[in-house]
Design a binder for this molecule. Structure first.
Ligand code: NOJ
Length: 741
């Protein structure tokens, strides 16, 4: 009799049933195991496949993945492996792939279409490398800027994060998972990771489940709705319960309440951390029991889980049905991906892509190939352009007039590729490799400005001035000499890899090392001072905000960062990025996210302004946009209605440009305290110089919900302020009132 599970004419469910029916308990638990390729020897890796039927590997690339897959295909049941990789900003761990700005940079575009395109490009490059799954997007909210992983977020706001999440997931997963260039997305880190006490990575999130539902769930809900195939459970605990062991959050909220039918992978050694870090289990059996019961399906890099889980089922402590449920979820995805129907045999999709070669590593960077091809690089350039945020432009310092003779480019990040790249690229993982040469061209701010200056017959000089961290390593007088002899100074400051990423939380967000001194001394030269921030996140830099003639933020902009900044400085591109996250004056002022709850005493410190240095949604262009005529299709409604909101936006400047029009809502009176305003919609649109555009928002009244004291989602009757404008600051917003009956 033929093997039903190998026959495409049966449904996925029929095939899964058939295969599970043939599997031993050992094989089932094996499928739940995800092995870290870089943490085991070659022999161990092979044994995990041949002796224990491991389900997945992470961090195996190209030819290694291909070899492991061949071994898996020759096992008793021939269940293909799933290969996962942290391709969180392009397939960036692979030297030669297209590298996008970090998620934080991408979020500055406020452009869901472009973000979706970035997802598509990533999927094609990851799939061309024979891999199936990216651990992306990150849906944690960047609300405490001290946290080392702010760069990985789409910023501080649940709505913006949710919209961009859905877009990038659609990009990764394509029209159908069975398409050879679709890969699995992974919504991580579920849930409320990033809210660790004091901005400390993986510390307890001291919040209630009501708060989880109100603030942290919305982007993950959007991920479920977008069909995100996998979720990753986070490291930290919530109010003392580790998420790994949190049945209420995983099995209850995610799987039962939201009806999520994909699978949940733990983060790195979460199961082991229940013992070693969180101390809620004294041995692996207890840890494995908690991990399974809570609703984790695949176990990342806790290899001792395997034997412990076997004992738990054999001894009747954990019912085999729970194992079956986990394995069913994993196999379902493997079938949907087409792994049983040829995709795994080819290991790369070379056949589907002319010129990509048989081993994906040969497919690097030539036109016509997949990885790093011209079309992909063009997408990266466009997204990088839109990711740059203009924060100050006093007296129209920018764009440059073109009459300059000499430009001084100064600063520790002016020509530092690693700082332009930031985290999760081949230069940062598995360990920092400052000397590895990128295969594809990279524009630093210096090389970008140089290229543009040369074309215009302008000369440039460069001086590093100081180090990002090491105060011994400074030559400020050398830098000042260069500056004094130039017509304009571009000072590039920021942070570095040592201050960015896991284990890199910062208590002090001011400019480190001698950077502040460098800026202040440069200012004294009396030349126009353009400050470019190349960093992983907002820093506390009130002096620069007040004293720079122009200030630009480029959050780890990747390979085209310098080119995009040069295009803006020389006026070839009108900047349109807006902040997805607020800047503080001072670290002690944190948190400064815009959607705070109203405070009794004004919510401010006596020694600090009551507002952020730069607010969420803020960003300048070379134009000015005028907002008028805010109106609603109806001013009273029921909770089932959908209201249309209109506003007229005039481009009153000399350039064509793109403006992101933002819609916020304030619940005037509610049964629980609600934020001072919350983003509920945004439209990014092109407006030509002199043109007035009517921008339209569709606002389902159901979006005006609160989570009440019983954790129920309800729309309460009453008045809501509908606020529309260019950013989240109250003085920027037009107001209309909507009454819910
Ligand atoms: C730990 C990180 O928290 C997670 O984001 C990542 O996907 C895994 N390691 C795998 O590298």
């Amino acid at each position: 009799m033929g093997m039903k599970y190998k026959d495409k004419s049966y449904t996925v469910e029929e095939r899964v049933d058939d295969l599970i029916g043939r599997m031993t308990l050992e094989e089932k638990i094996g499928q739940m195991m995800q092995i870290s390729f870089i943490s085991v020897s070659t022999e161990e890796a092979e044994e995990w496949i041949t002796r224990r039927c491991a389900g997945s590997f992470l961090h195996a690339l190209g030819d290694d993945a291909k070899r492991l897959q061949e071994i898996a295909m020759n096992t008793r049941l021939g269940i293909p492996l799933l290969f996962g990789i942290d391709a969180v900003r392009g397939h960036a761990l692979h030297n030669g792939a297209t590298i996008f700005p970090t998620q934080l940079g991408m979020a500055c575009t406020w452009n869901p279409e472009l973000v979706k395109k970035a997802g598509r490009v990533t999927a094609k490059e990851v799939a061309a490398d024979g891999l199936h799954w990216t651990f992306s997007p990150i849906l944690c909210l960047g609300r405490d800027l001290r946290w080392g992983r702010i760069n990985e977020t789409f910023g501080e706001d649940p709505h913006l994060t949710g919209v961009l999440a859905a877009s990038i997931i659609q990009g990764y997963q394509g029209d159908s998972l069975s398409d050879p260039d679709s890969i699995l997305a992974c919504a991580k880190h579920y849930i409320a990771y990033g809210e660790g006490t004091g901005g400390r990575d993986a510390y307890d999130s001291q919040i209630s489940m009501r708060k989880v539902r109100e603030v942290f769930l919305p982007p993950f809900r959007k991920a479920v709705e977008a069909g995100c195939a996998t979720f990753m459970s986070s490291y930290q605990s919530i109010d003392g319960t580790p998420v790994t062991a949190n049945k209420r959050a995983l099995r209850g909220l995610l799987k039962e309440e939201l009806g999520y039918d994909g699978f949940v992978v733990t983060d790195w050694n979460n199961a082991g951390s229940l013992i070693s870090n969180q101390h809620v289990a004294g041995d692996m059996e207890t840890a494995a029991k908690k991990t399974i019961e809570a609703g984790n399906d695949m176990i990342m890099n806790t290899n001792e889980f395997y034997e412990a889980a076997l004992r738990l089922v054999r001894n009747g402590i954990v019912p085999e049905e729970l194992i079956d449920d986990a394995v069913r979820r994993i196999l379902r995805i493997k079938f949907k991906l087409g792994l049983f129907d040829g995709r795994a045999n080819s290991a790369t999709v070379a056949g589907a892509y002319p010129g990509s070669g048989s081993a994906a590593h040969n497919a690097v960077g030539q036109d016509g190939s997949i990885i790093g091809c011209k079309e992909h690089l063009d997408t990266a350039l466009e997204i990088t352009r839109q990711s740059i945020v203009l924060l100050e432009n006093r007296n129209n310092t920018l764009p440059l007039s073109g009459t300059e003779k000499k430009i001084a480019v100064i600063g520790p990040n002016a020509d530092d590729i690693q700082s332009h790249f930031g985290d999760w690229t081949f230069l940062s993982h598995p360990e920092p490799k400052p000397d590895e040469a990128p295969i594809l061209p990279v524009y630093t701010i210096l090389s970008g400005i140089r290229e543009f200056a040369e074309e215009r017959g302008i000369s440039t000089v460069y001086h590093k001035g100081c180090d990002i961290m090491d105060v011994e390593d400074e030559d400020i007088s050398g830098a000042v000499e260069c500056a004094a002899d130039s017509d304009v100074v571009v000072a590039v400051v920021g942070d570095c890899l040592r201050q960015n990423g896991e284990y890199k939380d910062r208590a002090d967000l001011s400019l480190s090392g001698s950077q502040q001194k460098l800026l202040e001394t440069l200012k004294k030269c009396g030349k126009p001072l353009i400050v470019v921030l190349v960093s992983s996140k907002p820093l506390a830099m009130p002096w620069a905000a007040e004293n720079a003639d122009a200030l630009l933020a480029a959050f780890n902009p990747g390979m085209f960062g310098g080119r995009a900044v040069a295009e803006i400085i020389f006026g070839e591109v009108n900047p349109c990025g807006k902040l997805p996250i607020s800047f503080p004056y001072h670290s002690g002022q944190l948190p400064v996210y815009y959607n705070q709850l109203p405070g009794w005493h004004g919510g401010r410190y006596m020694d600090m302004p009551g507002r952020p240095l730069y607010s969420f949604g803020y960003g300048l262009s070379y134009n000015c946009y005028e907002y008028s005529g805010l109106r609603l299709s109806q001013t009273t409604c029921t909770a089932d209605d959908t209201v249309t909101v209109y506003v007229d936006v005039t481009n009153a400047g000399p350039y064509d440009g793109m403006e992101t029009v933002q819609l916020y809502v304030k619940d005037v009176i509610s049964s629980v305290v609600t934020p001072v305003r919350q983003l509920k919609g945004f439209v990014k649109t092109e407006i030509r110089s002199g043109e007035t555009k009517t921008v339209e928002f569709t606002l389902p009244v159901s979006e005006l919900y609160i989570i009440d004291e019983n954790e129920k989602q309800v729309v309460e009757p009453g008045e809501f302020e509908i606020l529309v404008g260019p950013d989240s600051r109250p003085e920027s917003l037009l107001k209309a009132v909507l009454t819910v009956l």
